[in-house]
Design a protein around this ligand. Structure first.
Ligand code: ADP
Length: 319
């Protein structure tokens, strides 16, 4: 293996740069040429490619976003798209590919691997919605961002005696709401996996108000429903003024936490190692504090398991 290409694809996640740095440095350490492919699969189709050296990834371990930029590319998933990608791979003498991205990007990576291009994937998404791995790169940074926001919202909610719904990302996966709500001491956590029981939220709010609590934080995953409608209903049922804060894209940026940098670096390193060992079609992950890998097909078939024990504990701790 003389040349490895690397790209970042789909939704960006803090820690992608740390993974990229690890791929580049591990490759160069092993005398492999590393090509950076810009804007995800778009760059692979259009040949938007640049050779990387040790300095290309200097001073990026602590930066959010991705210096390779990212994109969504519908054409890639078509027959002509894959053909174009294969042509570019041949023209640039790319022997193997590392894909940094979420489950959509991994489906693309599997397609390449099925078409004879040695490809491995490093899971990077703030949602933590990939069932085969305990954690994805970017998740804990997003959780920190939300916890920080909850602390600030708690201050103002207490001052005014208000409730506040904090809507976080996670359409099908409530992990950000669960972890951030848990760590931020939210009174209620509402996730798509468990649904919403408005009367229970209201009961908790009234009970805590009765014992003198000044604020009430409701961590809501975006996939559950309309935050403003929930707020209106809560306000009507409890008489407590209820505001909504939608955190949106601030969750996707920022300085990656140490944990995200560590798992990103370890998985980026392992990605190059696997390619050098002649492996292909592998998703890398973290399981019980170890770096593991498995076939894309198996990895993509594992449903994300919601931590209902943690959810139940959160309910008890927020009585
Ligand atoms: P993420 O990787 O964050 O889940 P997306 O789901 O948007 O992001 O996927 C990123 C890109 O991966 C898509 O724009 C497309 O190029 C590619 N991709 C997604 N799904 C598939 C698929 N089923 N087959 C091939 N490529 C795919």
């Amino acid at each position: 293996m003389k040349t490895i290409g690397v790209l970042t694809s789909g939704g960006d996640a803090p820690g992608m740069n740390a993974a990229l740095r690890a791929v580049v440095r591990t490759g160069i350490y092993n005398n492999v040429r590393i090509l950076g492919i810009k804007q995800g699969y778009n760059g692979l189709i259009n040949g938007n490619i640049e050779e990387m050296n040790l300095s290309s990834v200097a001073d990026i371990i602590h930066r959010g976003g991705t210096i390779l930029r990212t994109a969504r590319c519908e054409e890639f998933a078509t027959e002509s798209g894959i053909k174009k990608a294969k042509n570019v791979i041949e023209i640039f003498d790319i022997d193997g590919l590392v894909v940094l991205g979420g489950d959509g990007s991994f489906r693309g990576a599997k397609l390449l691997s099925d078409n004879g291009v040695p490809t491995v994937g490093v899971p990077c998404t703030i949602d933590n919605d990939m069932g085969y791995t305990d954690y994805t790169v970017g998740f804990f940074t997003a959780v920190e961002t939300v916890v920080d926001a909850i602390s600030k919202i708690r201050d103002t909610s207490s001052s005014h005696g208000r409730a506040n719904i904090v809507e976080v990302m996670g359409r099908r996966c409530g992990d950000i709401a669960l972890y951030a709500g848990f760590a931020g001491g939210a009174e209620s956590i509402i996730v798509p996996e468990e649904g919403i029981d408005i009367d229970e939220v209201c009961r908790k709010l009234i009970q805590s108000r009765n014992r003198g609590k000044l604020h009430s934080i409701i961590a809501l995953a975006e996939g559950v429903g309309n935050a403003y409608e929930f707020a209106k209903e809560i306000e009507e049922k409890t008489g407590t003024e209820t505001r909504v804060t939608i955190l949106g894209h601030i969750q996707r940026g920022g300085v990656p936490t140490a944990f995200d940098r560590i798992i990103a670096s370890k998985m980026g390193y392992r990605a190059v190692e696997l390619l050098l060992e002649g492996k292909s079609g592998k998703a890398i992950g973290v399981k019980e504090n170890s770096i593991v890998d498995m076939d894309f097909e198996e990895a993509l078939s594992i449903n994300n398991e919601f931590d209902s024990e943690m959810y139940d504990i959160a309910k008890i701790l927020s009585i």
